[in-house]
Design a protein around this ligand. Structure first.
Ligand code: ADP
Length: 658
């Protein structure tokens, strides 16, 4: 037995980088694979060697099992680490690796198969004596019969695609009348995403917590758990904040969770890393098996922080044939850890994913930053919009939360809208700090987490922006920009500054009086003094308060990003043509992002009402419904089902009704 000399990493982004870092530290040579979209990606730059495997779409590259296996053989890689997503839970791929004499760093194909479908997995766990959520998971799929099963279980119920994952293919049904439509929509998504439209029906547990247990098994029959993680903070059934250990669990319950998880691992004869997900009643602490993920999870870092173990190192050792490095008694919890997922998405528009270039991206030394992105890299439509994971580890929960608050205030990212401010609001929220959490937390507190002012500049931000623009005008973007305080020497100045922020036009009068600037307009009046300004930083005293912000000027797009207190604000130069169009009486509905049209629910000549669904499109792994923005008549509808549309493409033109 000995550690691998060379492995292939069949993944991209942060997880490919994370795996490579550990492998390389342990003297293992790393082969990366990449798509057209990732030629210069960080995981390619980090690798010892990198091989191109196909087009940007995952189906043309990271999901091409045969091509990847070919690269592994050609480069002499002894093992393949699949990361998470892509081929990580693909039993056929695991089998093909085995047949080619290449070790799949993960469980056996049989174990993946057994846990791959939610209905089958529930059966196996039930037999192993692990509690499962009550529901219907039979073979019959007739809508009427499913509907009567739902009645029997009692509403609300969840419809789940048996092949589902990542929060996809799941519908909450509150009442019988909605069942048929939800079933259709769930089946459509399941068919499109997983090629399998079978569903199961489950009792919807009210106010539940999502608690999962990290487990490991080895080929010598050993099985251990590394305690639990609480991943209750979710939006659209996707995790946003994770922590370990789970807060306020009675020690007995914690023990029972670990025992149930180890029982499951033993029943399966499971090898390598896995996660057993449970849903827990937040009042009674009763828990039920939901599913098992047969791979490394996105949120594994919080477990690493509290146990002091490197789980990727464990994975490599176990795949190489070594026993699990520690016995159950030797695995101890030290402190508390949080992870947040920094997504390129806009919480103010239903968490709509964003694409573009990350122009500036900096963390701080107090956080662990797991990312596959550096300044200059793109978030494209082809992959998950996660930019990074920020992880903090403290003496206890309050301490880890304090560190996260600092981390979120100090992380700087410009170029795209992200959920950074939203995450910050979570860590400032009293209920969150008081451990009053369940999977409904984000929805319940949405107004606190995404207030009306979300992503909108306040007086400070407008003052700084006016200053920035005023100085830009005075200096006409000369190279003196690189020097601090350059604007101070300039003489008297007075003019109006205009920009667009959050789809609104702003006009301010900026007047220089001695060394101070007076900024007036839009209900803002501020006196700005004693400042320094460079191309990427502004410092000023605004009405007596010291303020520092980072700036990024995206000259190509004519926009300026201002980063202030963990807020990332964008200001555009007014586009007078666009303003004229929107005033013309037409409602031009454009694609918010590139994607594919999957349903068209109206036609030219139809009268439509405000908020009526018009088009369903799929973009960035998500289905979204495009609705009418006012009452009127559909004048133009230039798209059809299966069309691929670009960001900003016209979808529907609606004239105003008489
Ligand atoms: P996926 O495989 O898509 O991640 P899961 O089955 O793991 O789907 O469920 C994802 C999330 O959905 C859970 O974390 C939980 O918040 C919610 N959920 C799943 N099953 C139930 C249930 N029976 N009752 C209430 N919420 C549930």
């Amino acid at each position: 037995m000995s550690m691998f000399d060379k492995i292939l990493i069949a993944n991209r982004g942060e997880i490919a980088c994370r795996i490579m870092q550990t492998a390389q530290q342990n003297g293992v040579i790393c082969v990366a694979v990449y798509s057209d979209a990732d030629q210069n990606a960080l995981h390619v730059r980090m690798a010892d060697e990198a091989h191109h495997i196909g087009g940007a779409a995952a189906a043309d590259s990271y999901l091409k099992a045969d091509v990847i296996l070919e690269v592994a053989k050609r480069t002499g890689a002894q093992a393949i680490h699949p990361g998470y997503g892509f081929l990580s839970e693909n039993a056929a791929f695991s089998r093909a690796c085995e047949a080619a004499g290449i070790k799949f760093i993960g469980p056996s194909a049989d174990a993946i198969d057994a846990m791959g479908l939610k209905d089958k997995a529930k059966d196996i766990m039930h037999k192993a004596g692990v509690p499962v959520v009550p529901g219907y998971q039979g073979a019959g799929q007739e809508p009427k019969m499913l509907s009567s099963e739902a009645e029997k279980i009692g509403f609300p119920v969840l419809i789940k695609a048996v092949a589902g994952g990542g929060g996809k293919g799941m519908r909450l049904v509150e009442k019988a009348a909605d069942f048929a439509e939800m079933l259709r929509s769930c089946q459509r998504e399941a068919k499109a995403s997983f090629g399998n439209d079978h569903v199961l029906i489950e009792k919807y547990i009210q106010k539940p917590r999502h608690i999962e247990v990290q487990v490991f098994g080895d080929m010598h029959g050993n099985a251990v758990h590394l305690f639990e993680r609480d991943c209750s903070l979710q939006r659209r059934h996707q995790k946003v904040v994770e922590e370990a250990p789970a807060p306020s669990l009675p020690p007995k319950v914690q023990q029972a969770l670990g025992d149930a998880a180890v029982k499951a691992v033993k029943a399966l004869g499971y090898e390598n890393a896995g996660t057993i997900e449970f849903i827990m009643d937040s009042k009674t602490y009763e828990f039920f098996f939901m599913e098992m993920n047969t791979r490394l999870q996105v949120e594994h870092p919080v477990t690493e922080m509290i146990t002091g173990q490197n789980l990727v190192r464990w994975q490599l050792e176990i795949a190489a044939g070594y026993p699990i490095p520690l016995s159950q008694d030797e695995i101890k919890i030290n402190g508390h850890a949080f992870e947040v997922r920094l997504y390129a998405e806009d919480p103010a528009t239903m968490f709509l994913p964003q694409t573009g270039i990350v122009h500036l991206f900096e963390g701080t030394s107090q956080m662990r930053l797991d990312t596959g992105i550096e300044a200059g890299d793109a978030i494209s439509i082809h992959y998950d919009p996660m930019v990074a994971k920020i992880i903090t580890h403290g003496k206890d929960r309050a301490d880890a939360a304090r560190l996260m608050q600092n981390a979120l205030a100090q992380t700087k990212l410009a170029g795209l809208k992200t959920n950074q401010e939203f995450l910050r609001n979570i860590f400032d929220h009293k209920s969150f700090l008081d451990e009053d959490i369940d999977t409904g937390f984000i929805e319940r507190h949405f107004k606190d987490l995404v207030p009306e002012t979300y992503g909108i500049a306040d007086k400070k931000a407008h003052s700084l922006m006016c200053l920035y623009k005023a100085c830009a005008v005075q200096n006409e973007m000369k190279s003196v920009w690189n020097q601090n305080d350059n604007w101070r020497g300039v003489g008297a100045f007075s003019r109006s500054i205009e920009y667009v922020h959050n789809a609104q036009n702003y006009v301010f009068d900026v007047c220089k009086q001695g060394d101070d600037y007076v900024i007036e307009g839009e209900n803002v009046k501020a006196n700005v003094q004693h400042s320094s300004l460079s191309v990427n930083e502004i410092k000023a005293v605004i009405d007596g308060d010291c303020v520092t912000a980072s700036v990024f000027n995206d000259a190509q797009k004519n926009v300026v990003w201002l980063l202030i207190d963990g807020q990332s604000l964008v200001f555009e130069t007014p586009d007078y043509d666009a303003l004229a169009t929107s005033a013309s009486g037409y409602g031009l509905i454009i694609a918010p992002m590139p994607g594919k049209i999957i349903d068209v629910l109206t036609k030219a000549g139809d009268s439509v009402k405000k908020d009526q669904p018009l088009i369903v499109m799929e973009a960035m792994k998500m289905e979204m419904t495009i609705r009418a923005d006012h009452d009127g008549v559909v004048e133009q509808l230039p798209v059809a089902v299966n069309d691929q549309v670009q960001d900003g493409a016209l979808l529907v033109a609606i004239t105003k009704s008489e």
